[in-house]
Write a protein that binds this ligand. Structure first.
Ligand SMILES: Nc1ncnc2c1ncn2[C@@H]1O[C@H](COP(=O)(O)OP(=O)(O)OP(=O)(O)O)[C@@H](O)[C@H]1O
Ligand SMILES: [Mg+2]
Length: 302
């Protein structure tokens, strides 16, 4: 995401780029070269949309990134001739996008459930009380559907996105001869059960970890805020309410003007939080190349 701070204090989204995430598995870099190509594709996309040259970025890393993992993440970007201004723990960035200061004071839990990982972070009295990362995400739900309903992985992914999870009845999947899929009928209730089992289990692990680290659920006065691609699963908020016994909200980014569709999409919370943090970090703002008008612009990649 590339944003600009306007003179009136409003932060405006100038553009964003995206590319398929390759060379990464369960939140870990398995092939730096391949991942670097993905980063380059996303950066070029963002540069074209925003009409700027990105010289420097803020980078989000998950809790699974430690030591060499962080070094490799930085290398992915530096190999492209781009400076890493700072690295930010991914759930902290997501929370920055979806929580306001009041909610951080009242106490809140943000869960960002992505493809390969689920990041979470809890706040109370404005401060982080615990955060962490599980190597489980939407890709595992897709895997479960594929196994459980005996359909190819790509069809399972589409079924998950189209049917979401919370619907009964029979679902007819059409044959796609060119993709070698004979088509079949699947049980909507079974689909629902498969999706919900995996999500419930993930939430239960988060709840356990909070308890282990002494975070009381009654300290989370502003409830649970769900974001990341998996928060688009139907019924996921109800599941969170059931597991945590707290009100749960589908959290979307706020505080940036620009393309509403991009800002409404929970998959972009982490990147959105990064660009917001870019302006609140103590260091001088992470300047990319100055624009013709001489206003600094900031490019951030997640
Ligand atoms: N409409 C939808 N309904 C359900 N799931 C969805 C939907 N759209 C995307 N997803 C799922 O969300 C996941 C990707 O989420 P997201 O883009 O937040 O992940 P990511 O940030 O790239 O990955 P990670 O956080 O693991 O590094 C995928 O598993 C995808 O199947
Ligand atoms: Mg993510």
């Amino acid at each position: 995401m590339v944003v600009e701070r306007l003179p009136d204090g409003i932060t405006k989204l100038l553009g964003m780029g995206q590319a398929d995430s390759r060379g990464v598995r369960k939140g870990e870099l398995v092939d730096v070269k391949v991942a670097s190509r993905s980063v380059l594709a996303a950066l070029i996309d963002a540069e074209m949309q925003a009409d700027v040259m990105i010289g420097c970025v803020l980078l989000a890393v998950t809790g699974r990134h430690r030591g060499t993992q962080i070094k490799n993440s930085i290398r992915c970007v530096k190999d492209l001739g781009i400076e890493v201004q700072d690295i930010v723990f991914a759930p902290k960035a997501s929370a920055q996008a979806v929580l306001d200061p009041d909610e951080r004071n009242m106490g809140a839990l943000v869960i960002d459930m992505g493809g390969g990982t689920t990041d979470y972070i809890a706040y109370d009295n404005g401060a982080v009380t615990h955060s962490g990362c599980l190597a489980v995400g939407g890709d595992h739900i897709t895997g479960d559907i594929s196994l459980g309903l005996r359909i190819p992985q790509w069809r399972a992914e589409r079924l998950k996105i189209e049917e979401g999870g919370a619907r009964g009845g029979r679902i007819v999947l059409k044959a796609e001869p060119e993709r070698d899929f004979a088509g079949r009928e699947v049980d909507g209730r079974l689909l629902n059960t498969i999706v919900h089992c995996r999500v419930r289990e993930t939430f239960q692990v988060v709840r356990k970890r909070l308890a282990t680290h002494g975070v009381r659920l009654d300290s989370l006065g502003a409830g649970v805020h769900l974001t990341g691609g998996c928060s688009l699963l139907r019924g996921i908020d109800g599941l969170a309410e059931e597991v945590f016994g707290l009100p749960a909200h589908l959290a979307r980014g706020t505080g940036i003007s620009g393309s509403a569709s991009a800002l409404d999409d929970p998959r972009y919370s982490c990147a959105l939080g990064l660009v917001k943090l870019g302006y609140s970090l103590a260091k001088p703002s992470p300047v990319g190349h100055d624009t013709e008008e001489g206003r600094p612009r900031i490019g951030c990649a997640a």
